[in-house]
Design a protein around this ligand. Structure first.
Ligand SMILES: Cc1cc2nc3c(=O)[nH]c(=O)nc-3n(C[C@H](O)[C@H](O)[C@H](O)COP(=O)(O)OP(=O)(O)OC[C@H]3O[C@@H](n4cnc5c(N)ncnc54)[C@H](O)[C@@H]3O)c2cc1C
Ligand code: FES
Length: 287
């Protein structure tokens, strides 16, 4: 498989509303062929005179090497700010500049394992390519999808197609079990004899999933969504504190070393800070 990201002049194939989200399919020749589950793309937003200079990052929902027009990548947007709104307002044949695939993808088990996939809101998008890859390796796949409300769930039908079991939770009880994804995990871990849990969604959810996984001695991988500027490891906007195998905390770039990390390695309590015990942290005033 070819390595390394590409920058391509992409083209919008379609934009569809799915619940609270926009599902955007982009023609991105050369990129689809390189995608592995957990990779993301960075999309330029606005035109050449736009003040929205920075690219916006999005998980890859699907990548198809041979669409009718060529390789495509699909992303799922929650339109809330200028960049995501601009993208959700694109129409067929509009140009969108795409850089990808970026990041370090999910690690797949060497041998068949029991895998539980947990998605929060649009965070479930990258889990379906992962589910396909796991199934191809003979893994058992159980899926838990959670969101605040039914319309903020994404991919329930996809999950039913691919998983051994699908559990849905909503904060307001509008679909599935009322409550949080972590409420249903212990019973599922026992029923499915889960070896590894993969999670993608908001940071508090990742923290809670990693905590339950640790309590049940289940390995975990979490895909974080730290704010990013360059997406390619240059600007250090996206660093978060991560503990290495040597027990030392380092500020690690989530765009290149992540977005996927081992759950127990992320210092969730210190995200957004440089902990005093981190390697290279400023010591006192220094003057
Ligand atoms: C690896 C990675 C994968 C991502 N995948 C996706 C994805 O699949 N789909 C998706 O919609 N977004 C995803 N994001 C988040 C997306 O990149 C940001 O939300 C993006 O900055 C939005 O740009 P904007 O111009 O619309 O809003 P901005 O101008 O960045 O933000 C506008 C306002 O929205 C708030 N905001 C920022 N991020 C979020 C958020 N995630 N949810 C709610 N409010 C937020 C900001 O605090 C700010 O107040 C991902 C981010 C990363 C790093
Ligand atoms: S976003 Fe620039 S280093 Fe990660």
């Amino acid at each position: 498989m070819a390595a390394g990201p590409l920058q391509v002049k992409g083209e919008v194939i379609s934009v569809r509303r799915v619940g609270a989200y926009s599902h955007v399919t982009l023609l991105a020749p050369g990129i689809a062929e390189r995608v592995r589950p957990g990779h993301f793309v960075a999309l330029a937003v606005g035109d050449a005179t736009s003040s929205t200079l920075l690219r916006r990052s999005f998980s890859i929902y699907r990548a198809q090497e041979r669409g009718v027009y060529g390789g495509t990548v699909e992303v799922v947007l929650s339109a809330h700010g200028p960049g995501t709104r601009w993208l959700s307002e694109r129409r067929e044949r509009d140009a969108v500049d795409v850089v990808g695939p970026l990041g370090t993808p999910f690690t797949l088990p060497r041998d068949p394992a029991s895998c539980t996939l947990v998605g929060g809101g649009y965070g479930s998008a990258p889990l379906f390519g992962l589910a396909d890859a796991l199934r191809q390796r003979g893994c058992r796949v159980d899926v838990v999808l959670g969101a605040a409300t039914e319309e903020r769930l994404f991919g329930v039908l996809d999950a039913k197609r691919i998983a051994q079991s699908v559990t849905v939770t909503t904060d307001d009880g509008s679909m599935g079990v009322r409550g949080r994804v972590t409420d249903v995990l212990p019973a599922l871990f026992e029923r499915a004899e889960t070896d590894v849990v993969y999670a993608c969604g908001p940071m508090p959810m990742l923290r809670a999933v990693a905590g339950v996984a640790a309590a049940y001695e289940v390995a975990s991988q979490v895909a974080v969504e730290e704010a990013m500027a360059c997406g390619i490891g240059v600007c250090m906007t996206c660093v978060l504190p991560v503990v290495g195998d040597d027990g030392v905390t380092r500020m690690v770039r989530s765009c290149t070393e992540g977005p996927v990390f081992r759950g127990e390695s992320v210092r969730f309590d210190a995200v957004g800070t440089v902990p005093a015990d981190a390697y290279g942290a400023p010591q006192g005033s220094g003057h």
